[in-house]
Design a protein around this ligand. Structure first.
Ligand SMILES: C[S@@+](CC[C@H](N)C(=O)[O-])C[C@H]1O[C@@H](n2cnc3c(N)ncnc32)[C@H](O)[C@@H]1O
Length: 268
């Protein structure tokens, strides 16, 4: 199948490969990313540049990538780097493979679930993941993925983790719009109309990606179990015009972008 790297192409790939758990997310992701409404690796480029200064990683592992944006961002920062992308769902891997074929970038992909991340063996000079901890349901599973990642990193390697912490409203900007978009996507799920309606209702009710952390310090603390050195970066400025125009940023404090750069992985 030829995959086009467009909103329609991503939706088509999601219809073909996603489970009901992630269909609404992957089918609508590209639209929200391009509209500047949802956090994506492009928002973190300045953090990646600062954290990677003086480093020349030759290989990298990306844990979870909604589409080709993360490997694209990394290959711009470190041309020629060999990148492996692991994701629980085949849809983003299809998009990434299509992008790699189009550009000739050196990327390999595999379907693998965190925290186990089975099928992956390091060591990697660089491991990058965005928001993964928010997607793991328990403190034990979050600890397990931090330990697993530490075990995959080379001794002088670098882990980069990014996430967003909601402002006083308690949820990320455009959360309701995001849920509405996902509910709309649910109506195109290849199933019976009763199943589609049930999925749409479920999406509308569930806040997206509730973060397990309420302060940047808590994110940094989570990584201290697996790494000897943890540096914390924060950014309060809205990363896109759409966010700058959101009432949360206009009237009070909006969400905070948090970056963690961790080194000196602890071996079990
Ligand atoms: C980790 S976030 C990344 C979002 C971010 N904006 C990006 O594109 O880099 C979302 C991705 O993680 C994947 N994912 C969710 N739970 C996962 C898990 N337990 N193990 C591996 N991948 C997972 C989803 O399939 C999705 O593609």
């Amino acid at each position: 199948m030829t995959v086009s790297l467009t909103i329609r192409g991503a939706w088509t790939a999601a219809r073909k490969s996603c489970s009901p758990d992630c269909f609404c997310y992957h089918a609508s992701w590209r639209l929200f990313r391009l509209a500047g409404l949802k956090g994506n690796p492009r928002w973190q480029t300045a953090f990646y540049q600062r954290a990677m200064a003086g480093k020349q990683p030759s290989n990298a592992l990306v844990c979870g990538s909604s589409d080709e944006t993360m490997p694209q961002t990394l290959s711009e920062l470190q041309p020629g780097m060999q990148i492996t992308v692991a994701d629980a769902c085949p849809t983003p891997l299809t998009l990434i493979n299509a992008w790699a074929k189009e550009t000739g970038e050196q990327v390999s992909t595999l379907q693998s679930h965190a925290p186990e991340l089975s099928g992956i063996s390091g060591p990697f000079d660089l491991i990058v993941t965005d928001g993964l901890l928010s997607l793991l349901p328990t403190p034990a599973s979050r600890e397990a993925v931090i330990d697993r990642i530490a075990g995959l990193l080379s001794e002088d390697g670098l882990l980069l983790y990014t996430t967003r912490i909601a402002g006083p409203a308690g949820h990320l900007e455009y959360d309701l719009l995001g849920r509405a978009g996902q509910a709309l996507a649910a109506t195109t799920w290849p199933a019976t109309s009763a199943e589609r309606i049930q999925l749409a209702r479920q999406r509308l009710r569930r806040p997206s990606r509730p973060s397990p952390f309420t302060s940047p310090g808590q994110v940094a603390d989570a990584f201290r179990s697996g790494f000897g050195q943890v540096r914390l970066f924060t950014r309060a400025a809205p990363p896109t015009t759409a966010l700058a125009l959101h009432p949360a940023f206009v009237t009070e404090r909006g969400s905070l972008c948090v970056g963690i750069a961790a080194t000196q992985p602890r071996r079990p």
